[in-house]
Design a protein around this ligand. Structure first.
Ligand code: URA
Length: 439
């Protein structure tokens, strides 16, 4: 008979618990027979001693199995998902998900909310009037039937063991562990039974992983788990740069506007398209919908350029309660901030560094993000027209536009935004958007 003390002690003394013991522990987290102090000690033991690849997989599956697992047998399409470790001005999901659906995949995506300086896809979608992200299983099925894709919130019964462990990790300095992060993410991803997955592991000042080594380790851990024998899932990861925001907009309504413009072709956003097509190429190849990554990239790009991705996006928005002709008059219906204010370059030269984390913090301070879970957010505020790294400016040129609820907030944001830009006399080297591939 297993006990929580035994599981914790085994990890502490480098004797990895068997899969059945981790399963017992995860069930105990979900059912409540493992206490918060035991969960905290478990998390700390894993942080300090680590888990083997097999141990990580066992913990992921144990946490997945503590809740419900979705099956999509009634749909005749490969089930595809993507995961991003979170960034700033990163609206990849809102473009890639409908593009995959347009290419024949079924994408039942469970997304998260923003916390700290990073944005959350659900918050962005909820900037659309009437759109509801908390849906029942029947509604989720209807949205998928209608558009082939859905981006919805999690429910209490998806990986409840992870929810409990994550809450304890948050207050015991045990969030930063590759083993725990990978198991936590995979416990939720695998609950939708994907046949193909791609991970977008962001690296840089605006990302959760600040160094390339950390990003690589997380990418390896996640792809190893997802590719485990018997899961029927093929996965790979790209490590993508997240120093400056991926798009010139950071916030909720402002990012949705960016997405509409990209999907309708009214605005070219080369960096966003590059990351979307690279990730799409990976997951198309992983799912067998394309003959390889190059073919997959070409199919995703074609779906964006010929409007099929836009059509899927519009159908999804409407099926989720948003306006029916969102792409036609959506921008008009998005919430607009009370005031806008330009930020001007303090000197002349080249933009040599853009600090994504600071820009993300400026948006949180404006009220567009959360400091703690449960904070309400103002979808109308944010930043747009953010100048890109490498651009040449003269003193006094606009480098960003603040969307704020009032003058005081705008003045505060202006100081933070100014501090996020470094201007030098020499042009910087071009950043590598896609830094590595794992899988
Ligand atoms: N995201 C998760 O879902 N879990 C973690 O542990 C970290 C980030």
């Amino acid at each position: 008979m297993t006990s929580a003390e035994e599981v914790i002690s085994d990890i502490r003394y480098n004797r990895e618990p068997a899969a059945a013991e981790l399963e017992w522990f995860a069930q105990g987290l979900a059912a409540g027979y493992v206490s918060d102090s035991q969960a905290g000690a478990f998390a700390m033991a894993v942080c300090l001693r680590g888990l083997s690849p097999a141990g990580r997989t066992a913990l992921s599956l144990a946490m997945r199995d503590s809740g419900r697992i979705f099956r999509w047998d009634r749909f005749d399409a490969p089930v595809i998902d993507k995961h991003s470790t979170g960034g700033v001005g990163d609206c990849v999901t809102l473009v890639l998900v409908p593009a995959i659906a347009a290419c024949g995949g079924l994408v039942p995506k469970i997304s998260g909310r923003g916390l700290g300086h990073t944005g959350g896809t659900l918050d962005k979608l909820e900037a659309i009037s009437g759109l509801e992200t908390q849906v029942s299983e029947d509604q989720l099925g209807e949205i998928l039937n209608e558009s082939g894709c859905a981006i919805v919130g999690t429910t209490a019964d998806i990986a409840p063991a992870d929810k409990r462990l994550y809450a304890v990790r948050d207050v015991t300095a045990t969030v930063q562990s590759i083993d725990l992060i990978a198991a936590s993410i995979l416990s939720k991803k695998l609950a939708v039974s994907p046949q193909a997955l791609v991970f977008d592991v962001k690296v840089g000042s605006g990302a959760f992983m600040k160094t390339f080594q950390e990003a690589q380790a997380l990418a390896q851990a996640m792809t190893d788990i997802a590719n485990s024998d018997g899961l029927g899932c093929a996965a790979s990861a790209l490590i993508t740069e997240m120093n400056q925001p991926l798009t010139p907009a950071v916030g909720n309504a402002v990012e949705v506007k960016e997405v509409i413009e990209v999907l309708t072709g009214t605005h070219q956003n080369q960096d966003l398209i590059k990351v979307v097509t690279a990730l799409g190429g990976e997951v198309m190849a992983n799912s067998g919908l394309s003959s390889g990554t190059q073919d997959g990239e070409a199919r995703i790009l074609a779906a964006i350029q010929d409007g099929r991705a836009a059509e899927k996006f519009e159908r999804m928005v409407s099926a989720m309660g948003g306006p029916p002709n969102f792409l036609e008059d959506g921008i008009r219906t998005l919430p607009a901030a009370k005031i806008t204010q330009e930020v001007r370059a303090p000197s002349s030269g080249y933009i040599s560094h853009v600090n994504g984390e600071l820009l993300g913090k400026a948006v949180v301070d404006l009220g567009g993000g959360r400091r703690v879970e449960g904070d309400t957010i103002d979808p109308s505020v944010g930043l747009s027209k953010i100048i890109r790294r490498g651009e040449k400016v003269d003193r006094g040129w606009p480098i960003a536009l603040i969307h704020a609820g009032g003058e005081e907030k705008a003045a505060e944001a202006e100081r933070t935004v100014q501090a996020a830009f470094e201007i030098l006399q020499e042009p910087p080297s071009a950043p590598r958007l896609i830094c590595d591939r794992v899988g």
